[in-house]
Write a protein that binds this ligand. Structure first.
Ligand SMILES: [Zn+2]
Ligand SMILES: [Zn+2]
Length: 213
């Protein structure tokens, strides 16, 4: 098995979790032994989110999707954004808020759960009025947390440890853009994303009655 960042290996990660006997969980109750809390911060691409969400649904998994209201890369208030939220809910996932400090834009689109985007240490673990902060106890502690930031697992890909149920419970943060777009490096995955984005924007131009003749 190759630990690459592809939808194929993401599927294998989910298989490993099932083999390890984990149950999927969210941020609505304290974590207990055997929980696997799948968390996704959607920084760049709703299409990538939907691609990973579909794989999870096929594998009988569900997760919590943290979506931005102030992204420069996507617009959650567009028809495309609204469709993405509806699709994630339809597939059985949860939708929460990926906030940009200091703005918390919680509304009816989101469960009352917040993950800060690129947080500074000063506020990363601070309580948030009326919402769960995912980096606060009991949801975060370093022994029960793994993240794929920039295609780098600080402690290696967790699939083997999941298969052997070595985590008592785990919050696993993954970024869908890394897995949904092809590329052996972060740079290559981003190039793939930009190619797809160009094609998508061309379609948007057509629908916007722009003369492309
Ligand atoms: Zn792996
Ligand atoms: Zn982020």
């Amino acid at each position: 098995m190759t630990c690459d960042f592809s939808l194929g290996h993401y599927r294998e990660l989910l298989h490993a979790a099932k083999q390890g006997g984990y149950r999927f969980a969210g941020f609505d109750r304290d974590p207990v032994a055997g929980d696997l809390i799948l968390r996704h911060d959607v920084d760049l691409s709703l299409d990538a989110a939907l691609a990973v969400a579909a794989v999870e649904a096929e594998e009988g998994a569900w997760s919590t999707w943290f979506l931005m209201t102030r992204s420069v890369f996507y617009n959650l208030a567009s028809s495309e954004g609204e469709r993405a939220v509806a699709r994630l809910r339809d597939l059985g996932h949860r939708v929460a808020h990926h906030a940009v400090w200091p703005n918390v834009d919680l509304d009816e689109r989101f469960d009352p759960v917040v993950a800060w985007h690129n947080p500074d240490p000063e506020y990363m673990r601070e309580p948030i009025d009326g919402a769960v902060n995912v980096m606060q106890a009991p949801f975060f502690d370093p022994d029960h947390y793994r993240s794929d930031s920039n295609q780098r697992w600080r402690h290696g890909c967790p699939h083997e440890q999941l298969a052997r149920s070595e985590f008592e419970w785990l919050q696993l943060l993954t970024h869908p853009e890394i897995w949904a777009f092809d590329g052996a490096t972060m740079r290559e995955s981003m190039e793939s994303m930009l190619d797809a984005d160009r094609a998508a924007r061309f379609e948007h131009l057509k629908h916007d009655r722009i003369d492309l003749s």
